[in-house]
Design a protein around this ligand. Sequence first.
Ligand SMILES: [Zn+2]
Length: 413
Amino acid sequence: MRGEEPALVEALRVRALPEGSCDRLLEFLKLYRDVVQMVVDRVWSINDKLSKGKLHKLFYNNLVSMGFRAHHAKEVYVYAESLVESARSNGGRKPVLRKLSARIDRYDYKLDLDNMVLTLKLHNSYEARLKLVSPKERVEKFRGWGNYELVMKYDGSGFWVSIYFRRAIKPKPLKPRTVMAIDLNFDNITIATLTSNGRLVKLKRFKTPHRKVLTHRIWIERVQRRYPRSWRFIKGVKKAIDRHGERIRNITWDYAHKVGDLVAELASKHSSVIVLEDLENLRESNKKNKEFNKRLGLWFYRRIQFCIEYEAGERNIGVVKINPRGTSSKCPRCGGKLAENKHRILRCRKCGFNGDRDVIATLNLYKKYVSKYSRCGVSGVAPNAPKPYESPSGVQGNRDEAMTSSYTNLYKS
Ligand SMILES: [Zn+2]
């Protein structure tokens, strides 16, 4: 473990299920506890602070001859010494270990986060394989962190593992120069990057794999309807359903990772703050209810947002979530009500503004962001950026006009 640089340390605590017999693992934990006690007894009797070198000299060979690996031995005497040290500084008695727990160095285990499998190297070259029980989302966060030590515990009924992760802390996010508003919907992701005075720098659109995911989902549901009670128990059917489920998981995670990476790269290039829809508020939004909740649920959108936020965090890019209410029904120029003109093209009845539905949503998100954050200077967006829905005849009418005119040339108006 390197010191020096400031780092963030977090533990992933999960249940671990041994694959096969757990005899060797239990044997290891008992042996481990007993040797820690043995070292504690000895260090206690010496009654003097011991250096790492001295500890190594006193215990290393002995521990290795008992079947422990080199790093096991080191963990044992360092841990024992720290127990004695803290007992002494508290004026306490000699520590007595009862619980079964072992600290294991990162050289003595293998962590496979993709398959959620942990392989521990035990005494006498034994190995134990354990399945980690945790939702994938909880683990995803630690991708890209460095794992170093873990603590394995047995509480009488089962095994628990705490895996420690660390990552270097980066300096504070840079002040953004542009705003990147992102609209997620069934078919597309639309990304609009605008400057603080409303000039459109970049507009990008990606297709989503939703229809592909939906095909797998429909297949699963059809089979489940055909065997409403028994699909879980018919081996072939269960297997086929699992296979389609796995496809859905792969497609969606792949896509979310790619989009997260791409968005963060783009935001980094344009020094943007990223503005996302706050999905917590989506239930109130009528337009999206049909698409989001009925057909696929919000989980896929959350997954995409999660990856965007993660990748942005890695690059010190700020992410803000804005309530999307009204972003697809109000005119970004005058705030009037929009009506569908042609397929996916909306038109304002009041001012005649005309535009693509998804792009309008990003423009409204942008405006909402600017009105919410520009005044307190959090975002670095110019304080005189236009307020949303301000009438062109208002005090800031000219700026508002300037803003709209810079994006209206994207569409026929
Ligand atoms: Zn309008």
